[in-house]
Ligand binder design. Structure first.
Ligand code: ZN
Length: 66
C-alpha cells in the first residue's frame, strides 16, 4: 500500500498561486490577498491576468465578467 501525503484543506494557509492567462497565455500571480477577496465573495478563481482584465474592462465599459 502506498501512502499519499494529504494536507488538511482546513489547515491550509493561503499562498500566492500562479495561473496561466486564458487570453494572452502568460503566467500571472494570484496573491493571497486576492484569494481571500475572491473567497469572501464566493467568486471563481480568475482566468485572465490583471492586464487582460483591465483591457476587457476598457472594451466592455466595465460590464459583466464573462
Ligand atoms: Zn493576459
Amino acid at each position: 500500500m502506498s501512502r499519499e501525503i494529504q494536507e488538511n484543506p482546513s489547515d491550509e494557509s493561503p499562498t500566492d498561486k500562479v495561473f496561466t492567462c486564458k487570453i494572452c497565455g502568460k503566467p500571472f500571480l494570484w496573491t493571497t490577498g486576492e484569494q481571500l477577496y475572491y473567497q469572501d465573495r464566493g467568486l471563481n478563481p480568475p482566468r485572465r491576468c490583471r492586464a487582460c482584465r483591465q483591457r476587457r474592462k476598457l472594451v466592455t465599459g466595465g460590464g459583466a465578467d464573462g
